[in-house]
Design a protein around this ligand. Structure first.
Ligand code: PLP
Length: 404
């Protein structure tokens, strides 16, 4: 992990802002914890011993570096050069573990004895339960009861790993509600508990800290591209955005290189303007959610609009402050993909490459249908996770569509 220069237009500033987004809007009860984290996180994570243990676990436990694979049949299908950054091959099946490894090491150094986390698709819950088992630390995961139902295999995994899964029953009973419950828990247990947030969201320093842990993705991409195409720089990087952590990691070392197009893909659910969507960059306005100022879907009087996507990992009414800034400044292009378009991309990738992607990831693949590019371009898709957890959803989709 390289400690990047801070004089970048796209890195967080000293106050925790990306342009006008970010900051730390938290209840008084959490001030001490978050402030302590803010003052110390950079010193802790760039300390030699920390870096040594972090890199060792990423290599020997997670299985990094993940391959950068030239997808030959997808490339000829789309008429360009497509590279897949295989985060699906990480231990636990997605990019999330890069961050939970980093945060568990941090929690140990902070002397915390209890870990809480929120989860949507269950991937972050599994990644958190995994590192808690690895380190022998108590783990409590909050999960919306709707997500508990549609992501049953991941719930079983968390239980196998010794975590306690607590259902969130408020609101849409999905990720946003699980996050509220986790924050409530932290307020009640500020001394012994560390909250492992699963994306580049939440109060400063979380968005920056999570982006740094995930930045290993683009750090590897640079030398892998150099090795395979002779240049560190692709023409474009495409990633799906729920909160935005896999995208932040894939963009990180290219943020200031304006020759590299950054493409952020959101879930349009049943259609951007259908009322059943999670396309925050189109529908969102400025507001505060879960401790940071960012774009979010809300009514005129500030009530959160319930998001919808078939994919649990993209079903969130906001995006991280970095992404709000990247989109507002035009540094990143936002593309929205519906459930049906994503499902088509699941089958396309499965049958062209023998890789079953997560439903979230399929949104990034589908974005190629809506982009303009050259046949000589090199385009990296961040393959954020594998589709095993979504098999039930895929099979049900096929059955429903056979009846039509
Ligand atoms: C959680 C998840 C996402 C969305 O989270 P980000 O923080 O936006 O990356 C995307 N893909 C997969 C496979 C996930 O598990």
């Amino acid at each position: 992990m390289i400690h990047p220069a801070t004089n970048s237009a796209y890195q967080v500033d000293d106050l925790g802002f990306y342009g006008e987004f970010g900051g730390s809007y938290i209840p008084e009860m959490l001030y001490h914890n978050v402030e302590y984290l803010r003052k110390n996180y950079l010193n802790i994570i760039y300390e030699d011993q920390f870096q040594k243990e972090f890199k060792d676990l990423l290599k020997n436990y997670v299985g990094r570096p993940t391959p950068l694979y030239f997808a030959k049949r997808l490339s000829s299908h789309f008429g360009t050069n497509i590279w897949l950054k295989r985060e699906d091959l990480n231990h636990t099946g997605a990019h999330k573990v890069n961050n939970t490894i980093g945060q568990i090491l941090l929690a140990q150094r902070l002397g915390k004895k209890r870990i809480i986390a929120e989860t949507g698709a269950g991937q972050h819950g599994v990644a958190t339960a995994t590192v808690c088992a690895l380190k022998g630390i108590e783990c409590i995961v909050y999960m919306g009861s709707v997500d508990i139902e549609r992501q049953a295999p991941n719930v079983s995994r968390m239980k196998m790993l010794g975590a306690k899964v607590i259902p969130a029953e408020s609101g849409s009973k999905t990720l946003k509600d699980a996050t509220n419950e986790a924050i409530r828990d932290w307020i009640n247990n500020p001394e012994d508990t560390h909250y492992i947030i699963g994306s580049v969201v939440g109060p400063h320093p979380y968005p920056d800290m999570v982006a740094r842990f995930q930045s290993v993705i683009s750090e590897e991409m640079k030398w892998q591209l150099k090795e395979q195409i002779g240049s560190e720089n692709p023409d474009a990087i495409i990633a799906c955005v729920g909160g935005g952590s896999n995208a932040a990691g894939a963009y990180y070392h290219y943020l200031d290189n304006e020759n590299v197009r950054l493409v952020a893909v959101e879930a349009a659910g049943l259609g951007i303007h259908s009322g059943e969507s999670a396309a925050t960059s189109v529908l969102g306005t400025k507001g505060i959610i879960h401790g940071s100022r960012t774009l979010l879907m809300q009514t005129e009087d500030g009530q959160i609009i319930e998001p919808y996507s078939l994919s649990a990992g993209l079903d969130y009414p906001g995006i991280g402050p970095l992404h709000s800034h990247l989109i507002q400044t035009g540094r990143a292009e936002a593309i929205s993909i519906t459930d049906d378009e994503a499902m088509d991309a699941v089958f396309l990738c499965s049958r062209k490459e023998g890789i079953i992607p997560a439903l979230e990831t399929a949104h990034a693949i589908a974005a190629l249908e809506k982009m303009i590019y050259k046949d000589s371009d090199h385009i990296v898709i961040n393959l954020s996770g594998r589709g095993d957890k979504d098999l039930g959803t895929f099979i049900k989709y096929i059955a429903d569509h056979e009846q039509d």
